[in-house]
Design a protein around this ligand. Sequence first.
Ligand code: SF4
Ligand code: SF4
Length: 180
Amino acid sequence: MEGPDASCIGEYIYYRGDNIMLLKSPKKLSFWERTYIVEILKGLGVTISHLLRSFWNMNGRPTVPYPDVKRKSPERFRGRHRLMRREDGSPRCVACMCCPTACPADCIYIVAGEHPDPKIEKYPVSFEIDILRCVFCGLCVEACPVDAIRMDTGIYEMSDYTRRDLIYDKEYLLKGEGAK
Ligand code: SF4
Ligand code: SF4
């Protein structure tokens, strides 16, 4: 069979246009193949050989005994967020709402307040990030006009026991622990 639309599906069936043609009958299974016993044993042999090779690391794959040893993250790795401070220790954030607007996961919640310093228009009364919703895209960092939020802590261990503990508040984000 020839032609631009002719193709082979498997060993026995040829397909052309809307027509399917059976050229050869599929091989008949032997008695032992029909019982599946030999095939199951063959499959188990393959599985066990892979298990033993992995157990003694015969493939030479590197293993890291986490959490005793932690792999170094790449330079551009985005870890947990942190909020930056001014020289006087107050948050650099001016509650402009650019980051919650840019956030595709809608996981930044800010309550803005009037700043006592007339040179600074606003400040975040509260600033929360729901880290369970965050997709670590970094758009909040890109959107910030005053470099008040960064994702350079290198922290990737963010598990906890309750959902509430995974909504990071302003004080926690200002700690910036693990910052590079
Ligand atoms: S990293 Fe992305 S998803 Fe996470 S808070 Fe920032 S903008 Fe939202
Ligand atoms: S974009 Fe920056 S300044 Fe604006 S609310 Fe977010 S962190 Fe604060």
